[in-house]
Design a binder for this molecule. Sequence first.
Ligand code: GTP
Length: 251
Amino acid sequence: MKNEDIKKDNQNDDNNKNENNDLKTNDNPKVDKKKNYEAEILNFGKDYSDFDLNFKVVVIGNSGVGKTCITNRATKNEFIDKYVTTIGMEIFSLFIKLNKKILKLQLWDTCGQEVYRSLITSFYRNCSLAILVYSIDQKDSFQNLDLWIKELKLNNSPDTKLVLVGNKLDLENQREVSFEEGKKFSNDYGFIDFFETSAKTGENINKMFINIAIELYEEFLTYNDKISKTDFKKLRPQKVIVNKRRRKKCC
Ligand code: GTP
């Protein structure tokens, strides 16, 4: 866990003020035209409990790519300037209102350091979606994405939804991974979305999480719809077979 002083980035004070207001207005696109949702990031504390749906989302990627800063920016509108590596993981709560429903995204911010890899794989279990983060100014963080995907799929459903994020967009002049490379990778591996973000300026952070909330909500609606239309008994044997296979692998 991180205990360092959290410094708000002075250079971004204006940005931050806007974004604080944005928790109710601007940068928070009120209406996602693509999918016709009215979406709003809510400034609720982590103890808020009157939500409708809860989804577990893991945030993974190399050490130092900005996973903690992304989650801090989304949930507290803060930017941590000083780098202190995460030990294990930290859980953040992000509340998003979609039309009249309140969704809670439980964000599991994991540590990227090699030494803790075996520890964090247990955190992947039962996640609805994984955000894979690389830094646009660190080619190796992009080249390592393969490994993160493999590890994730070994420890959670192979069908886990994936979102790719190229962070540190503000470091354009130090860019080592082009937008096109990121986009191609996300298409080739079947990611549901790709964003370039800056936790420092806040660019695309809210947009990314709102899109994730919409994806998860739509999947929830589809699943519920299927259950109501299908004979539920027919689904149960399939579930049993999947579990048996998994157990065999472990032994
Ligand atoms: P681990 O906990 O070791 O896995 O690292 P992490 O991926 O959580 O990285 P963290 O969020 O701690 O950020 C690492 C460093 O990158 C810090 O010094 C941050 O200030 C910096 N940083 C994070 N996001 C950005 C960004 O968007 N732009 C810039 N310029 N720096 C960033």
